[in-house]
Design a protein. Structure first.
Length: 536
């Protein structure tokens, strides 16, 4: 993304530590859908929200931005009834409320679509939608008719009988939106809704949001993608270190100025064109094939003859719409799945039939796509999580014995080096924001100086300041010979970091692209199976 130079801070200037934002003077006179006043929320050792004010006009898209740990998620959990504020008031559609659960919020027309989808893959759209809301329209004809009515009204294009496991990520997200609409939501909270979408899917989602807005619904949009915020939002609120620092309109600011407000720094870029690629192969994958049984009982190829080589000092980026085999590729290279055919060789050693632990010990670092499922023990302390996947290696062990003091000391170092916002290393991983969880994982994996880093969405849910830090770490390690297999839905990240770029579609590598010339739009077209001018 190229950003215009900031010529003036203008409306972005911070004039007080905690201003009370008000709607811009040229805003239409709409009654507020949501008003939060003086919201304060404390946890042991940290104040997540401090005297926050937020006014959301009805029938608008209101963006909430801030760095990881700024307090955005806590604020939205308060609005959705998942947390209770220690101080302050919540007003919805003119009524002062006190929510004790998400059920209370839903009853007052507030719904939330979480960053991690909450769908049962083995159920249909209809079954996922009515689950827990059977009292509204039953589970049969009336429910089916209501789903069709909502889908048509808001341009969602969702079929009630579609099996969720057969849907792409964009359609799954629409199902989540459909679920909250089905429950009567008039205000929708969307947490990082574009994190896993290609540009064409982002624009389709924004069309859906504009349709919702045109029908009088209100959308609270949490995102770290500042260009998208400026594209879709009517109003923007910036939160920094738990406090509101600015309220402004898109026409008054730029991505660079928003980044300055959020983290006190310019918008980073992943761009790197200096080559560090050597002619020494580090990872060679040859003829990799993996099949699975689909819902009809038929076997189909999830990976179909995948082959590539990554050299020392090379970043191989793999682009693809989620669900086209990238997750299975990563898990097969990691030894989490056993391939039906093909080989995996690391630094000249055949690891095809070796378990995950052996691959780890041979020098593979792993940043997983799903940090909750594969990257963390949410109920474990930070220092316990620092040991995951590396219990046999220093500083976590001395010979055959665990070195708990060493693990604790290195966790403190990672927390400091990667700016993990936490009151201490004894808290649980569940207590961290998603972005801070991600920084802990990246710090853990990079600390062992791997030969190969498998990075699946390494900056998903991470703010612009932390993004730059992760990118710099990858670039520095690459210059020292690290080989990287990079999977990312952030096409700017893929293009900027990759030395070699491949496109994955329906389990096959179908196209190559030149990172120096390809555009995100061309890459997105190739990812959806269309011809792209920059991919071949």
């Amino acid at each position: 993304m190229r950003c215009p130079p900031a010529t003036s801070r203008g409306a972005c200037a911070i004039t007080s530590p905690n201003p009370s934002p008000a709607p811009p003077p040229d805003a239409p006179s709409r009654a507020p859908a949501v008003e939060l006043r003086g919201i304060t929320k404390r946890f042991p050792g940290v104040v997540a929200n401090h005297d926050i004010d937020l006014t959301v006009r009805g029938g608008t898209v209101h963006a909430l931005v801030g760095e990881n740990g700024a307090g955005k998620s806590t604020l939205m959990k308060i609005l959705y009834g998942m947390q209770k504020p220690d101080e302050g008031t919540v007003t919805v559609d003119g009524e002062r409320v006190s929510f004790g659960s998400p059920g209370d919020a839903i009853a007052h027309g507030v719904g939330m679509v979480h960053q991690h989808f909450m769908l049962a893959d083995n159920l249909t759209v209809l079954e996922n939608t009515v689950l827990g809301a059977e009292h509204r329209h039953g589970i049969g004809t009336r429910a089916r008719a209501r789903i069709r009515e909502l889908s048509d009204a808001y341009g969602l294009g969702i079929r009630a009988d579609a099996l969720v496991e057969d849907l792409g990520v964009a359609d799954r997200q629409r199902v989540e939106i459909l679920k909250v609409l089905y429950r009567g939501a008039r205000t929708l909270i969307l947490d990082e809704p574009t994190a896993v979408l290609v540009p064409q899917e982002v624009e389709a989602l924004f069309d859906n949001l504009r349709e919702l807005k045109s029908e009088g619904l209100t959308v609270l949009f949490i995102s770290h993608k500042l260009g998208e915020v400026l594209d879709v939002a009517d109003d923007i609120t910036v939160i920094r270190r738990g406090t509101t620092v600015a309220s402004l309109r898109p026409g008054e600011t730029s991505p660079r100025q928003l980044a300055e407000l959020m983290v006190g720094a310019e918008l980073p870029s992943p761009q790197t064109r200096e080559s560090t690629v050597t002619d020494v192969p580090m990872l060679t994958v040859d003829g990799l094939r993996l099949t699975r049984t689909d819902s009809d009982g038929d076997r189909r190829a999830v990976l179909d003859g995948i082959g590539f080589t990554i050299h020392r000092g090379e970043v191989l980026g793999v682009a693809g719409v989620e669900g086209n085999g990238q997750a299975e590729l990563v898990e097969t290279v990691m030894g989490m799945r056993e391939a039906d055919a093909g080989t995996v060789t690391l630094d000249g050693e055949d690891l095809t039939h070796r378990p995950t632990r052996a691959r780890r010990e041979r020098g593979i670092g792993y940043v997983p796509e799903d940090r909750h499922r594969h990257g963390l023990l949410l109920d474990g302390t930070l220092w316990e999580n620092r040991m995951l996947g590396h219990v046999t290696e220093p500083p976590n062990s001395k010979g055959q014995l665990l070195d708990l003091a060493g693990a604790r000391a290195d966790t403190a170092r990672i927390v400091d080096a990667y700016d993990v916002r936490t009151p201490g290393i004894e808290v649980t991983a569940a207590s961290l924001s998603g972005g801070n969880q991600q920084k802990l994982i990246v710090g853990r994996e990079m600390s062992h100086r791997p030969k190969l880093l498998i990075a699946a969405h390494p900056t998903r849910g991470v703010d612009v300041g932390a993004q730059a830090q992760v990118w710099d770490q990858i670039k520095a390690a690459r210059a020292e010979g690290l080989a990287v297999l990079l999977i990312s839905a952030d096409l700017d990240e893929l293009i900027g970091l990759s030395d070699t770029l491949r496109v994955m579609y329906r389990g096959r590598l179908v196209a190559d692209a030149d990172p120096a010339t390809v555009t995100p739009e061309e890459l997105g077209s190739a990812m959806t199976g269309a011809a792209g001018g920059g991919a071949r």
